[in-house]
Design a protein around this ligand. Structure first.
Ligand SMILES: [Zn+2]
Length: 150
């Protein structure tokens, strides 16, 4: 079993990138992990050449709507074996080198929620989701994570 490392740099934090990678991993059935780092998103996973190419292409070609991929690279790395696909905690070790995510206008699905009088968030002013809402205005450190204390 081969092990691969993908590094994606750009506007990739606070835009639902890691959950999108998880969905792709589930769909294509690869095991490994995804993590935010100060220099972007890192993904390490198992697969043969064909699966690696399929997963890589899927991620690069289907990023979340507000993500901007500035560069991406895949290479084979030291063999490890994974049994599932997980999101790792962010690594805050080194100096940040990322585009800062801007505030993002309400997305169509949130707009639908707040205009639906049967929805529990009907007219709720602070409705946002993984793909929309404030980022830059509330950010205090990067990598941006919802769990970053503020
Ligand atoms: Zn939204």
């Amino acid at each position: 079993m081969q092990t691969w490392h993908i590094h994606i740099d750009g506007l990739v934090q606070g835009v639902g990138f890691r959950p999108a990678v998880c969905r792709a991993a589930e769909q294509i059935q690869v095991c490994g992990w995804v993590s935010n780092s100060t220099d972007g998103v890192h993904i390490v996973f198992n697969g043969d050449n064909e699966k690696a190419e399929q997963f890589y292409n899927h991620i690069i070609n289907n990023p979340p709507p507000n993500a901007i991929i500035r560069s991406h690279v895949i290479h084979e790395t030291i063999a490890q074996e994974f049994k599932d696909f997980t999101i790792h905690d962010s690594d805050r070790g080194s100096k940040p080198n990322l585009l800062i995510t801007p505030d993002i206008a309400l997305c169509p699905s949130c707009r639908n929620e707040i205009s639906d009088d049967l929805n529990r968030r009907y007219q709720y002013a602070f409705t946002t989701c993984l793909e929309c809402g404030p980022r830059y205005s509330i950010i205090q450190s990067i990598p941006y994570d919802r769990e970053t204390p503020r």
